[in-house]
Write a protein that binds this ligand. Structure first.
Ligand code: C2E
Ligand code: CA
Ligand code: CA
Length: 561
């Protein structure tokens, strides 16, 4: 066969010759069997193999140990089916050195439609490298390229798409609850899950798409040359569908679903950094929406992240700028209708946003660690204000919420002690609320902390009771005073008979453990009535009063004491 450089058009031939000879990319031409016919100087340069040596052999003489026989088979299959193959290939040079190359091969057909030649080009994509260096780019467990290579490849693909006016998509996938699966079933199960996920991803994508393991339980897929964004969604859906079947791992049926974030070049960003960041934002959003879902990137996702960031910055100065205050919600003895205590609830008077509710800023405070200083501020403020409110008259108990990180704080005891001392508040007038979930996380540790707090003479309440999974034996042993029935059980009583039964059971159990019970979120008279009939001593909720500023609370207190 005829060398395709022998074109019939003279000008074209001249151009091709110049191009062929001077290209920095290696170019090689094979016959229909894949035997090398000719190659350009760059080929010789990059491979270190002389043309005389290579001629008549398949370019497979370049193969390294990085790809197995299946890899080359798949390459040929794709080439025969689609007429082209593109991808990263790791070749071994004539001198035994290993090179990473970005290879693109396509077939050329004659008028009868038969393949006459294959033309391949490749560029040395990351220079030569040693075997150990190349291991930096591949994950040994899944055999997939890793995050480093993702960064590199993403840049390459974006440039390619930009030059050719094409769309490309980045999918980022995160395995749902991977840590829990790892903790519950052991790391062998976790490893098996990663390998199976890697295989699934490869099966769900086209041969030209590249799958990466980009993090511990995170994968990425680059979809090259998609026609429209919906194509990326289709791939995402296929991956999710594959994940809805349980996996049999180590004798367990494990549901390994994923969340996927999608960003598209050029619509969602014009460079590697933005495309990656936006796929991450989309993935986080998918996680919020629920297990086994995917999301396209939307600019509002960054707006939300920005909003949060600016809230975080503002929150750093909130204490110093005296923007925080405590509201107080009375706790009522149902029988007598008198105020017996108050829960301190944080409020943030933001200079531009107005009153910010704790649901919006406490999670931020917890993530950033600001909760420690904010928590200490609330504790000290509540003690001082409560002491001042009752003055020389009959006192009430002040309840303060403790967050999980405060509860684990080493100097919690000295903070509480000094808050009491500075406010001149008797310890038995302070009740600290910890949530049920928090208390049951490490019950032995909880026990130790509670004992030390109890030694100070303060009271302890278990908040949001009924939402966590309490161990009765620990509840029995914890030195606590009060159970606070979660609002979610109160909303539908007495009509909802299941909730009504649960509430009744909690009250009975609390009394058998010698604990007092308070119900929170009581809004309606029939709820209070039901609680009274079933022996609950105290209530807190809008029925009596919402949380109010100190001055208003003092008025209520003056009226009711
Ligand atoms: P929580 O400790 O369960 O507080 C009770 C929440 O229920 C308060 O919401 C209160 O305003 C609301 N509430 C009271 N009665 C009713 C009612 O009848 N109906 C309804 N629908 N809601 C009622 P708030 O003040 O927005 O606080 C929300 C959460 O923020 C608190 O839940 C607590 O977890 C946290 N929080 C508030 N202040 C602090 C604090 O100083 N430190 C810490 N660590 N967390 C705090
Ligand atoms: Ca509370
Ligand atoms: Ca609560």
């Amino acid at each position: 066969m005829n060398n395709p450089t022998n074109s019939n058009n003279g000008a074209e031939t001249a151009f091709f010759d110049v191009f062929f000879t001077n290209a920095t990319e290696a170019i090689f031409i094979t016959d229909s069997e894949g035997q090398l016919i000719t190659a350009n100087p760059s080929f010789i340069n990059l491979t270190g193999i002389e043309l005389s040596e290579a001629r008549g052999k398949a370019p497979l003489i370049l193969r390294s140990e990085f790809h197995d026989a299946d890899f080359y088979l798949a390459l040929w299959r794709t080439l025969k089916r689609r007429g082209s193959w593109k991808g990263e290939i790791i070749n071994k040079r004539g001198d035994g050195e290993i090179c990473r190359e970005w290879l693109s091969v396509s077939s050329h057909k004659n008028a009868a439609g038969e393949v006459t030649n294959y033309v391949g080009t490749f560029a040395d994509s990351a220079g030569r490298m040693s075997q150990s260096f190349s291991k930096h780019y591949y994950d040994s467990m899944t055999k997939l390229p890793n995050r480093l290579l993702l960064q590199d490849r993403l840049e390459f693909m974006i440039n390619h798409a930009r030059r050719n006016n094409q769309l490309m998509a980045l999918l980022l996938l995160d395995i749902d609850r991977f840590k829990m699966i790892n903790d519950t079933f052991g790391y062998e199960a976790g490893d098996a899950l990663l390998r199976i996920t890697a295989d699934r991803l490869v099966l769900c994508t086209r041969d030209v798409d590249v799958v990466f393991r980009s993090g511990d339980d995170e994968f990425a897929v680059i979809l090259e040359e998609i026609a429209r964004p919906e194509d990326a969604a289709k791939v995402a859906q296929r991956i999710l569908d594959a994940g809805s079947e349980p996996l049999r791992i180590g004798g367990h049926d494990i549901y390994a679903t994923t969340c996927i974030g999608i960003s598209i070049f050029p619509t969602d960003g014009d460079g590697k950094v933005q495309i990656l960041q936006n796929a991450e934002a989309a993935m986080r959003r998918a996680k919020e929406v629920g297990l086994n879902s995917f999301e396209h990137y939307k600019p509002t996702m960054n707006a939300r992240a920005m909003e949060r960031l600016s809230l975080e910055n503002d929150l750093r100065n909130a204490v110093a700028n005296s923007q925080l205050c405590a509201f107080y919600q009375p706790q009522i003895d149902i029988k007598s209708g008198r105020i017996t205590g108050a829960e301190a609830l944080l409020r943030w008077k933001h200079p531009n946003l107005g009153m910010v509710q704790p649901g919006q800023f406490i999670p931020i405070a917890e993530d950033t660690g600001l909760i420690l200083s904010i928590g200490e501020w609330v504790l000290r403020t509540a003690c001082v204000e409560a002491r001042k409110s009752y003055g020389n008259e009959k006192p009430f108990v002040i309840s303060v919420n403790l967050s999980a990180s405060q509860f684990r704080q080493q100097n919690l005891f000295s903070i509480v002690e000094s808050a009491l001392k500075d406010a001149d508040l008797p310890p038995d007038l302070l009740e600290l609320e910890i949530t049920e979930t928090m208390s049951m996380k490490n019950p032995e540790d909880t026990m130790a902390v509670l004992r030390k707090l109890k030694d100070l003479g303060i009271r302890i309440a278990i908040d949001d009771f009924g939402t966590g999974y309490s161990s009765l034996s620990y509840l029995k042993r914890f030195p606590i005073d009060t159970l606070k029935i979660d609002r979610s059980f109160i909303i539908d009583i007495p009509e909802n008979s299941r909730d009504a039964e649960i509430v009744k059971a909690i009250i009975t159990m609390a009394h058998s453990l010698d604990l007092s019970v308070i119900a929170e979120g009581v809004e309606m008279e029939p709820q209070a009535q039901y609680l009274l009939e079933n022996g609950c001593e105290k209530i807190q909720g809008y029925l009596f009063s919402p949380p109010v500023p100190l001055l208003e609370f003092e008025k209520l207190w003056a009226k009711h004491k």
